[in-house]
Ligand binder design. Structure first.
Ligand code: MG
Length: 334
């Protein structure tokens, strides 16, 4: 098991020791360690938190509050707050990653996994769960930045964390928004929401031009903080010519799940003068629900006209807006 620390991890531990002395605490606690991990010098743990949309400064305030509560006896005394167990666990995580030294991201992951410590409880209560951290861990640790490096998470079974009732966190929910529009062209059928809409017009685009799926793809990627459809599928790449947009949407789900977020519900509005979409609405919902792995009542498709105004009103094309709600994945299996 590695016992050497990377410079950023060393910096976090040094900061924890300095804080312990400054505050006048008799021993190092997991909360001091967490303070160190929230310092800007701890680049890996900072990156992990940023990828999860967390504010390290706010977490630091919470850690200081808990340190104060611990000193005044307001936190339960019987808890086994052992920072050495966190560091031992970090060593095992580092070993599983095939690394020769322990990174600050390893320590953060270990702290989140160790639900017996105050730091673990604080992270869980703040929504920084091991399951979410796994999603961003390779990027934060930088282990996948080297071409050809093996997946450090391969073969590692995810822990499913259960929270004691008093620490049940308000689970974070994320929302993403997406928009797309395509011109009409001659010759049907039109592909929308993964189904064929018969008629003599189609949507023109590099892929199959399914604006519903494109808006949904961007909404999912946006909610997960995973970029946008243009980054995943550049229209300059001939491989994407005629690509199925359902496939793109599934790829967005996969990218989102890799970061620990699962699509829970989507809502779509198509703005179009004609064709009238009502007869196809349920088929679109069913098609999207199947692709997203959701029950049909978690997928909404609505259509409305633009009251004859503007380019939509003139029948030049259609526009689509989508919202996706994402929830944390409680168990990640790889
Ligand atoms: Mg598009």
């Amino acid at each position: 098991m590695p016992v050497r620390f990377q410079p950023s991890a060393r910096k976090a531990i040094d900061f924890a020791m300095v804080e312990m002395e400054r505050i006048g605490d008799p021993a190092l606690s997991s909360l001091h360690l967490l303070l160190g991990l929230l310092e800007p010098g701890a680049e890996g743990s900072q990156a992990a938190l940023r990828l999860l949309g967390m504010n390290p400064a706010a977490l630091q305030l919470d850690a200081r509050r808990d340190i104060h509560l611990a000193r005044t006896g307001a936190l339960l005394a019987e808890i086994d707050d052992a920072p050495e167990h966190v560091l031992e666990r970090a060593g095992r995580i580092s070993e599983q990653c095939g690394a020769s030294d322990i990174s600050d991201a390893d320590i953060l992951m270990a702290a989140a996994q160790d639900q017996a410590t105050w730091a673990g409880k604080l992270l869980a209560a703040s929504g920084v769960t091991p399951a979410l951290l796994w999603g961003v861990f390779p990027e934060a640790r930088g282990v996948l930045r080297h071409p050809g490096a093996p997946d450090p998470l391969a073969g590692i079974e995810m822990l499913d964390v259960t929270f004691p009732p008093t620490f049940a966190p308000a689970l974070p929910v994320r929302t993403g928004i997406g928009y797309d529009s395509h011109r009409f062209g001659v010759g049907g059928p039109m592909i929308l929401g993964g189904i064929e809409i018969p008629g003599d017009i189609k949507l023109v685009g590099h892929s199959d031009a399914d604006a519903v799926c494109h808006a949904l793809t961007d909404a999912i990627l946006g909610g997960a903080g995973a970029g946008d459809i243009g980054e995943l599928f550049p229209d300059t790449d001939p491989v994407n010519q005629g690509r199925s947009s359902i496939e793109m949407m599934r790829a967005a789900c996969a990218a989102s799940e890799k970061r620990g977020w699962r699509v829970a519900q989507v809502d779509v509005t198509v703005i179009v003068e004609r064709p009238k979409l009502l007869p196809y609405r349920d088929a679109m919902r069913a098609s999207l629900a199947t692709a997203l792995g959701l029950p049909a009542d978690c997928v909404s498709v609505k259509a409305k006209t633009n009251e004859g105004m503007g380019w939509v009103g003139r029948g030049e094309g259609l526009a689509c807006m989508a919202v996706a709600t994402l929830i944390p994945m409680r168990t990640v299996t790889r």
